[in-house]
Design a protein around this ligand. Sequence first.
Ligand code: ADP
Length: 475
Amino acid sequence: MEIIHVSAECYPVAKAGGLGDVVGALPKYQSDNGHIAKVVMPMYRTKFLYNHQWELVHEGEQLLGQQPFRYAVIREKTNELGFDLYLVDINGLLDREKVYGYDDDTERFLAFQIAVCDWLSKWQHLPDIVHCHDHHAALIPFLMKYGYAFSARLAGIPTVFTIHNAQYQGWIGWDKQHLLPAFDNWKWGMLDWDNTINPLACAIKCATRVTTVSPSYMEELRYAANGLENLMQYEAGKSVGILNGIDADVWDPQKDGLIVKNYDDHLVKEGKRRNKKELCGHFGLDEDKPLIVFIGRLVGEKAADILPEAIRNSVYQHRGAASFLVLGSGDSVVENQLEEVKHNMHGYVNTYIGYNETLSHLMYAGADFLLMPSRVEPCGLNQMYALRYGTVPMVRSTGGLKDTVKDFGEWQGYGIRFNHATVPDITHSVGRAIDLYSNKRDLYNWMRSYMMNIDHSWDASAEEYTRLYESIKNS
Ligand code: ADP
């Protein structure tokens, strides 16, 4: 089968979060399983672009409203990633360093999607499946079906739309309707949700199948989907939750080149000790105490707003028996509060405000516990990386966290779970972590080797996607 993934992110080309990890890994597993998997994404000005060799495969011209724009599609020459990678270049719109966060993001991703449809419509042999990810690629199923310039060639191709995060829907005011290419006006209702053009809602209506990144998240969206609850219920028949996997080549403590000491489940004790020593030495923390880390975007979804207070409270209540290290960036208020806690609790708490892929690997390897108090977690990859590196996840019972972490109070449990994203719940869990680390050493050691052997690789999930594609391929 030939599948083309359309996405705003793909690791290691450009990544802002879990979406990048998923689109960097799933196609690789699909190629390994004998499919032709391709990825198309915007050509940002990232390091990856300059360090690789490219060939031009297509050039075209399209309109964004009345404004003509030229685009080019280039392909990575060596197939180094294990799948065909295509980048769409649009001067003045996509040639930026960052993935998101610009005032003209609406125009940027609209132009990207128009260019992708135009390019696809020129293919001699069309792909079997077009798989779109999140709201930046969410208008593609609509444009393929109802865009006058594209539908003649593309309307018959089945589409899959994956919701990685339903909080962000890509809303576009109807005053910007003129930016869309001409479409069958009878179908305007497909674009609309609550009097705005809502790309996420549009994809849920138009795609042949809709997936979310975990089964529990699919359930949750039926009653909490940032305004799309009714739609999720209505489209339940064509929707399914498929748990993300992790790229077992990139996230492997035995081979990871970004950590100080490689290890497997037999050498976990010594391996983690060495990585922890490096981490604690660098951040001025006591390596004899349990080290609890947080890695992620500092936003409300991740409950980052209560993190400063939860850490302060935990250090007081548990008399400094654990150390904390936070890696993340996002809400500037939270960033400042964390800096303040770090300042006041020197030696117990430290932070790295920013994005640092290398440090994140060292933290998964060197930490004893990984805290994820998320309010919303569609799948969550961090806890799966933590499991692979023998780091006990401390998670709130929600979304994918519920699907992947079992509390150690249960039979063969290997993590810590709590119910509420609140300071008392986090403080209590920190107490359980300290007790586990200090007083239940045999259980703790058993948990570490057990969790490292849980298979969260893409094998099983990629298989589920294949079954889904097969079911719609000739529909
Ligand atoms: P989300 O996509 O909601 O941000 P996920 O758990 O699905 O959350 O994926 C987060 C990914 O981003 C993980 O690979 C995590 O290690 C990485 N990450 C998040 N913040 C940072 C950061 N500040 N520095 C390095 N990596 C980060």
